[in-house]
Design a binder for this molecule. Structure first.
Ligand SMILES: [Zn+2]
Length: 77
């Protein structure tokens, strides 16, 4: 069983991992990830998208990979 990212701080670590590919230091990536995770607009949008998907509805985000996959393959990923 993997212990990374930690279950109690998973979202921030996942965001920081992606940012870390594009910035010079892990510290900066973590700082940016912290700000994103704490942004209430971002959190509300994640919740809205998750709620739509949970009931099998398209979320309406044109960049949503899940909705694109369903449209193309007819199979929920
Ligand atoms: Zn979607």
């Amino acid at each position: 069983m993997s212990t990374y990212p930690p279950a109690d701080d998973r979202l921030r670590h996942l965001i920081a991992q992606r940012i870390n590919c594009h910035v010079d230091t892990w510290k900066l990536a973590f700082f940016i990830a912290d700000a994103i995770r704490d942004d209430s607009d971002v959190c509300r949008e994640i919740d809205r998208i998750g709620a739509a998907h949970a009931v099998g509805q398209p979320c309406g985000d044109r960049n949503c990979r899940s909705c694109f996959t369903i449209t193309v393959t007819g199979v929920d990923s």
